[in-house]
Design a protein around this ligand. Structure first.
Ligand code: ADP
Ligand code: MG
Length: 232
């Protein structure tokens, strides 16, 4: 079967060739099957955020390739990549990147604007997704009025609004309280059951019991790959 995501010798070197070169991601080759939940572990500075940014097409490699459904997207134009990010990949940032001063539902609906969807329909789609994520009472609040866990669910809803097949979340437990962590894990499990492919980075031991495959990074390189035994 063709993996939904694969990388070949993927590298991102900051200040490449200079004295202060940093090999943030170094020759990483991996594959993730459709519907898998992948966890990226490794200490701070090991390259997790950079790697997720490359796979999420937010950043371009110094060398190597990112393939989505077998297609090398490395040479795609910015316009093509932004279309992929809009339709195929949902990204949840560590610090959420929500727009302050506008309603939660407008944040969730924001990615529908480039598709030319009118405001009535944007509202309907955003609010129905928010009900599902237990945000039905937060529709008109602005992000700064909400807890970390709620802000994160808004960021997740925004990432899901275009029904992407891939969801990427960078350190999703780092800015939420302990009680929100359990809700997050259950939500990710639910999304996986719906067929989404999930990538999270974390050094939180809570992820030890979750996910199908664990990629451990050390100084930008893939140090270990552990696949969970699946019951037949
Ligand atoms: P992690 O998410 O695992 O903490 P990062 O991907 O953020 O790791 O960083 C990997 C390495 O790349 C670190 O050494 C970091 O200092 C370096 N790095 C990250 N972004 C930049 C940048 N824009 N310029 C130079 N070095 C960077
Ligand atoms: Mg990071």
């Amino acid at each position: 079967m063709q993996p939904i995501i694969s990388t070949e010798d993927l590298s991102r070197w900051y200040n490449a060739g200079k004295r202060d070169e940093v090999r943030a991601v170094d020759r990483v080759s991996l594959r993730i099957e459709k519907g898998e939940w992948a966890v990226f572990g490794g200490p701070s500075g090991s390259g997790k955020t950079t790697l997720l940014g490359l796979i999420g097409t937010l950043d371009r490699p110094t060398r190597g390739k990112v393939l989505l459904r077998g297609k090398d997207v490395t040479g795609f134009s910015d316009v093509e990549l932004s279309r992929i990010r809009r339709t195929e990949i949902g990204i949840v940032f560590q610090d959420f990147h929500l727009l302050r001063g506008i309603a939660a539902w407008e944040n969730v609906a924001y990615p529908l604007i480039p598709a030319g969807i009118g405001s009535k329909q944007r509202y309907a789609r955003a609010t129905s997704l928010m009900e599902r994520l237990d945000l039905g009472e937060r529709i008109n609040h602005s992000p700064e009025q909400l807890s970390g866990g709620e802000q994160q669910r808004i960021a997740i809803a925004r990432a899901l609004i275009n029904a992407p097949s891939i969801l990427i979340a960078d350190e999703p437990t780092s800015n939420i309280d302990a009680s929100s962590v359990q809700a997050l894990l259950e939500l990710l499990q639910q999304l996986q059951r719906e067929g989404k492919t999930i990538l999270v980075s974390s050094h939180d031991p809570v992820f030890k019991d979750y996910g199908d495959v664990r990629f451990c990074l050390e100084r930008g390189a893939l140090a270990e790959v552990v696949r969970a035994q699946r019951s037949p």
